[in-house]
Design a protein around this ligand. Structure first.
Ligand code: GLN
Length: 484
């Protein structure tokens, strides 16, 4: 048995039956990281000793016959935008290159309380701004299926870690698609809950009204297990929802026959042919599972990219003002006076994409342009959200592609930021509306290297149970389960 092939439940069984120890499970993953990380670049930091200590604690609990929490001994990779007590947290930025936080993000705290073993911190686009993980200040991550290609982004390191079996579970953040799109590119499951379902405390802010924390896994069941652990009200995040957390995993087998599945017309323009074919086959499969497929319209979809990139950059320009060389991280070594210190610190500390977004965001918020851009975008956001509310009066879930095309080649889109932004067309809408979304594998391209294609399932606010039931039924019927 290769311990790096196991799901969270598989690990639990191996531990409970004493076939393996948590330390062995941890060692197996650390060894695989050692072998593969050089090529893939998924991890920026590996905390070997800390992880082994945590695993030994789990083994001690087993030896003492204590009840095991839900993720006992399960290794996890954490995107490097979630702060970790005593473990360097960089946001893949020079400006935080040596920053060691004094506290844990709530999602990390809850994972550890549930027995999970943090293996390390994963690479991403700088401050989660990007769709390919090429905006990392340190190195690009490569797609585990084809090293010439990107893993998607911004949570590319987390997706690649799970896809390459460096970890069975990872945490990512999703502001406009950063969990769902890399999950699709790497052939794994990735989801974000309703806005506020998971606490953002300790998630380094990019665009606060859009930011989510969520899991990557190799099965819907594992994703459901992790969601239950990390979801729920947190007094440290006033936007976290005070809504009871269902047992997502226990409810996964719920009947989906008879459900109405909406397919929005606007999401099938400009798709690569193979993506279109796979999604259509996926939709037919849902039909065979007894769902009623209905064509719907989300009429404001065409405005979503413009709307998202105004709101996200506006919020980013405000959130990133805190990196001034005074309070956190890097400070330029020579300067003349305070303003010059700010300027030189930010110039050397931030990469090109982050600077571009701070400038864009500052512009759309400036007096004279605020009404034309920012206020207008907020109005359009309300219309996009209303599109979904209207649609969910008629259908239970909505099914769409995740990305217009499978994983592209490294460097292919770097020179044209607009092309990179446009590829987010199917993911930013749900973020703007605050509804939950999951990406599940739904097939591969016909020719080698057989790139994975993801299908997106969207549900109404706090409709995660139904969304995951559909995802699980689909995964099972399609034989898309990746792990034993
Ligand atoms: N690709 C989108 C962007 O660059 C989404 C990023 C994210 O979800 N963090 O903003």
């Amino acid at each position: 048995m290769d311990l790096t092939d196991l799901t969270a439940e598989g690990i639990r069984q191996a531990l409970v039956s004493r076939q393996s120890s948590a330390e062995e499970v941890c060692q197996a993953h650390l060894k695989r990281i050692e072998e593969k990380n050089g090529e893939i670049g998924a991890f920026l930091t590996v905390c070997t000793e800390r992880a082994l200590e945590q695993a030994q604690n789990v083994d001690r609990a087993i030896a003492e016959g204590r009840a095991l929490p839900p993720l006992a001994g399960v290794p996890v990779a954490v995107k490097d935008v979630l702060v970790t007590r005593g473990v360097r947290t960089t946001c893949a930025s020079r400006i935080l290159e040596n920053y060691v936080p004094p506290y844990h993000a709530t999602a990390v705290e809850r994972l550890e309380a549930a027995g999970a073993v943090v293996l390390g911190k994963t690479n991403c686009d700088e401050f989660a701004m990007g769709s390919s993980t090429e905006n990392s200040a340190f190195l690009p991550t490569r797609n585990p299926i084809d090293a010439e290609r990107v893993p998607g982004g911004s949570s590319g390191g987390s997706a690649a870690a799970v896809g390459a079996h460096l970890a069975p579970i990872a945490l990512g953040s999703d502001t406009g698609g950063s969990i769902r799109q890399p999950a699709a590119f790497c052939g794994v499951v990735g989801m974000m809950g309703t806005y506020g379902r998971v606490s953002r405390y300790g998630l380094v802010a990019f665009a606060s009204s859009l930011d989510h924390v969520g899991p990557f896994a190799r099965s819907v069941t594992d994703a459901a297990r992790v969601l239950k652990v990390i979801a729920g009200r947190d007094s440290a995040d006033s936007t976290s929802a005070d809504v009871p957390v269902p047992d997502y995993e226990a409810l996964l087998a719920g009947e989906i026959s008879g459900l109405k599945v909406g397919v929005p017309r606007e999401y099938f323009e400009g798709l690569s042919a193979e993506t279109g074919d796979n999604i259509e086959r996926g939709i037919r499969m849902l039909g065979e599972l007894g769902c009623r497929i209905e064509s719907i319209t989300l009429p404001h979809t065409a405005y979503s990219i413009a709307c998202y990139y105004i709101i996200a950059t506006a919020e980013a320009s405000s959130n990133l003002a805190r990196y001034d060389g005074v309070r956190y991280g890097f400070r330029a070594s020579s300067y003349e006076g305070l303003r010059d210190m700010y300027k030189k610190t930010r110039d050397a500390g931030f990469g090109a994409e982050v600077k571009r977004r701070i400038m864009l965001g500052t512009y759309v918020l400036s007096s004279g342009y605020y009404d034309a851009y920012y206020r207008k975008a907020q109005q359009v956001r309300a219309l996009i959200a209303r599109d979904f509310l209207n649609a969910f009066e008629k259908v239970d879930v909505i099914v769409t592609p995740v990305s217009p095309m499978p994983a592209f080649k490294l460097g292919e889109r770097l020179d044209d930021p607009l092309q990179m932004y446009l590829a987010d067309i199917y993911t930013v809408n749900a973020s703007l509306a605050g509804i939950p979304g999951v990406s599940v594998p739904c097939g591969r391209t016909r020719t080698a290297p057989h790139l994975p294609i993801g299908m997106q399932i969207l549900a109404p606010h706090f409709g995660e149970v139904r969304m995951l039931q559909v995802a699980r039924a689909f995964e099972k019927a399609g034989g898309f389960e990746l792990a034993g």
